[in-house]
Design a protein around this ligand. Sequence first.
Ligand code: FAD
Ligand code: FES
Length: 349
Amino acid sequence: MAQKHTVRLEPVGIEFEVGEEETILDGAFRQGLMLMHGCKEGQCSACKSFVLEGDDIELDRYSTFALPDYEKEEGFTLLCRAHVYEDVTIELVNYDEDMIRSGLPIQQAVAEVAAIERVTHDLRHLVLRLVEPAELKFFPGQYVDIAIPGTDATRSFSMANTSSRDSGQLEFVIKVYPDGLFSNFLDTGLAVGDRLDLTGPFGVFTLREGYETDLLFVGGGAGMAPILSLLRSMAERGIQRKATYYYGARGRRDLCFEADLRELEDRLPGFRYVPALSEPSADDAWDGEVGFVTDVVNRYENDLKNAHAYVCGPPPMVEAAMPLLIGLGVPQKRIYYDKFTTTGGEEAS
Ligand SMILES: Cc1cc2nc3c(=O)[nH]c(=O)nc-3n(C[C@H](O)[C@H](O)[C@H](O)COP(=O)(O)OP(=O)(O)OC[C@H]3O[C@@H](n4cnc5c(N)ncnc54)[C@H](O)[C@@H]3O)c2cc1C
Ligand code: FES
């Protein structure tokens, strides 16, 4: 049996045991510790941390975009890829002490497809009903990994609903890629009544409680899903913080859940939904905001020192939003993001 070693996390002073066969991140999940992470596949860098003590660490395949060679040489590592063969001390670079111990148990579940709806030309609304166990609790903004039948592969998808309203159901917004392993199967092979295996919940894109600060949401594409979940949970719980949701799309045909968002505007007095189209066509007859979503945020916001920002969508959008939000005054540690990295075309080393 593989040996276990102790991982000590600084500056939080938490120690836990990790087996050689599992990554530090998986060992932490197994023990209910929710460390900062995103893709869990060495692609997004959300789990990047610094090795203070210990040399015997090996990394599974990762992208050098997430961990460039010079950073690895300086002592940085990716917790989602790192296996340890001796006791180590790790300094967390990104951490949120409240989140670390808030982890819900990670469960394996089987769910049945209840509905697949086309919400735009390339986005699908997938609804799953849990079979075993019958309920899965998650924080709004979290995701699960869905196994692709007949393969060893999984894909991560964020819930668009809340488990406080219905913990027996999981709703997703999924972008269809023509050659996408899961999404193509969703579009052409998956039917109501079929069963899927899933694991979760994962993710730290959750609403930080105990603040009255303004909220800024920036989304694009399927990034709609976790932001809808966060807004729905605010409406359910009567959270009245001033909130603006900038959603970027190309044309009118890319907009979705508009009725739900307008209804959320009615239920949340401080909430405003601002769709922005980067390439509206003449047929769109669009009189709303035009431009990249980041340009529209820049046009309307000038002082975000007292705001918390939540950014979710394709990696280029998230990467464009980060410096903009910092420039507008959002404290860096108050910018929460999920990059929807894809697995298929990864550049790994
Ligand atoms: C934390 C997190 C949450 C996420 N939540 C969501 C969500 O709510 N909704 C959502 O839609 N997505 C989400 N994603 C992304 C999702 O997990 C999948 O990566 C995405 O849906 C693509 O999966 P796929 O199997 O359909 O496509 P893949 O097979 O992974 O392919 C993706 C793209 O890469 C291309 N490709 C495939 N193989 C290659 C290759 N060898 N070389 C070059 N290109 C290639 C494909 O043509 C396609 O364009 C999330 C990702 C993360 C990390
Ligand atoms: S979670 Fe480790 S690189 Fe994305």
